[in-house]
Design a protein around this ligand. Structure first.
Ligand code: GAP
Length: 443
């Protein structure tokens, strides 16, 4: 059933141009995905809402756009070179490679292969450490390579710019630096659509505080980020939950961490992590770069390294959660209606405009005029490539909140039929009220 739902969502994403396989015409690459025309727009809406909420609307958070390729020393300092590894084991029978922590444990050293079900004895087939970072040559020649790394988290670009931001903006604690951008990890566990990718996007905030204020700021961000998913993205509360990390599962830098989990079609899994990273990163960058990363409090004349609270969300997982939450099937007149009940302002198009009869030039002309008038203000689409029922179904599947039909009467009464995606109720409204109507729907 869950698998069925997952495959239906994947199929909708493909059919309606949300998500395609990466490099597909050449056979694809595992865990690499491309966003199609509608997916790119939904993804942008999610990022815009996050950026607007935290960077544009908050006084204490500054935006940043740092580079993806970073110096090797960044990752010496952050601990990623040493510790950002998976323990991998090879199955002696099917020769496939797995993360040992993802295999079923039969007894002390015995694991079950997920591919061919044979037993893997970790004493005989020793697990090997495998670094997840992607390395790239940034030198002009291959003979004298100079390696950089594609960042595995956007956070490091924030830490390495901490002094720059502090010195150029003179911000006082507490303050945050926010960034949206790509991150790369050579993940071995694949599958589950866009849940685990090798190239993905993060929306991260590093919120710097005095050490004694860290615990309170951590509580604040856990609540704030949970509420964001329900209030700003319309995700149903019953599909979200918090899970605090056990001490033995904390990342090497974290003092505490809470995951916001979503009930994905394959079960509850991490959507976002909120961590108290203490002063680990700034201390380590100070040590390795030999540049002072402390903060000077003018009022108390104290000098200290701030603590940092980090709400770290994945754009792709948020996209997946939004689509999964919105996906509905309903029985209507003996047929299954597939509808994406997206929060209206997330939809790629806020309205779709159709002429009832495409072979009536006056109707097409009026429908196109209405479309162009709407398009100036809101994202909209025009379609006359099918019968009205088919056009409605198409828009339902991509989550367009309103469909507007221009018919013969529109030419004389200056009214159109407007249909609501969720209730399927139709109303006749005057053409001059259309913009107002859309605005009320998507606010
Ligand atoms: N800076 C902290 C950090 O990167 P993380 O828990 O490894 O922490 C944060 O990642 C978020 O980034 C995750 O909650 C998830 O949403 C997203 N993420 C991490 N790895 C991912 C992957 N391979 N594919 C897609 N999203 C991923």
């Amino acid at each position: 059933m869950a698998e069925d739902r997952l495959s239906k969502i994947v199929s909708l994403c493909r059919r309606r141009s949300f998500v395609f396989g990466g490099s597909e015409i050449y056979g694809g690459l595992s865990s690499i995905w491309d966003y199609g025309p509608l997916g790119a727009r939904l993804k942008k809406r999610i990022k815009d809402i996050w950026w607007d909420t935290y960077v544009e609307k908050k006084e204490d958070i500054l935006g940043l756009d740092s580079s993806i390729i970073m110096h090797e020393d960044v990752f010496k300092a952050s601990g990623h070179l040493e510790g950002f590894t998976d323990s991998l084991v090879d199955c002696p029978k099917c020769k496939k490679r797995f993360r040992i922590d993802k295999l079923e444990k039969i007894s002390e050293n015995l694991y079950r292969c997920v591919e061919c079900s044979s037993e893997i004895d970790s004493n005989k087939h020793k697990p090997r450490k495998f670094n997840l970072m992607l390395k790239t040559n940034v030198s002009a020649t291959e003979d004298e390579p100079n390696y950089g790394y594609l960042r595995p988290e956007t956070a490091q670009g924030i830490f390495t710019n901490f002094i720059n931001v502090l010195n150029s903006t003179h911000k006082k604690l507490p303050f945050g630096i926010a960034q949206i951008g790509k991150a790369f990890r050579n993940e071995v566990t694949t599958g589950s659509f866009i849940f685990r990718m090798k190239e993905f996007e993060q929306m991260e905030i590093e919120y710097f505080v005095k050490p004694e204020e860290a615990a309170r700021a951590y509580e604040y961000w856990v609540k704030e980020r949970f509420d964001f998913y329900t209030s700003k993205l319309g995700i149903r509360k019953e599909n979200l939950r918090l899970r605090e990390h056990e001490k033995d599962e904390l990342a090497h830098y974290a003092k505490s961490c809470t995951d916001i989990e979503y009930n994905f079609p394959f079960g509850w899994s991490e959507l976002e992590g909120i961590a108290n990273r203490g002063n680990f990163d700034l201390t380590e960058h100070g040590r390795v770069s030999k540049k002072d990363h402390s903060y000077f409090n003018e009022a108390t004349k104290e000098k200290f390294i701030p603590y940092v609270i980090e709400p770290s969300a994945g754009v792709d997982r948020t996209f997946f959660a939004v689509i999964s939450d919105a996906y509905h099937e309903e029985e209507v007149n003996g047929k299954t209606r597939v509808v994406l009940k997206l929060k209206p302002n997330l939809a790629a198009n806020y309205a779709a405009i159709f002429p009832l009869l495409k072979n009536k030039p006056e109707l097409v002309e009026l429908a196109k005029k209405i479309f162009y008038d709407i398009k100036v203000k809101f994202p909209a689409t025009y379609d006359d490539t099918g019968a009205i029922g088919k056009l409605y179904r198409r828009q339902d599947e991509i989550g367009t909140p309103l469909c507007i039909t221009v018919d013969v009467e529109s030419l004389t009464d200056n009214k159109v039929t407007i249909r609501d995606r969720d209730t399927m109720q139709q109303e006749r409204i005057s053409i001059e009220k259309i913009l107002e109507y859309i605005e009320a729907k998507v606010k």
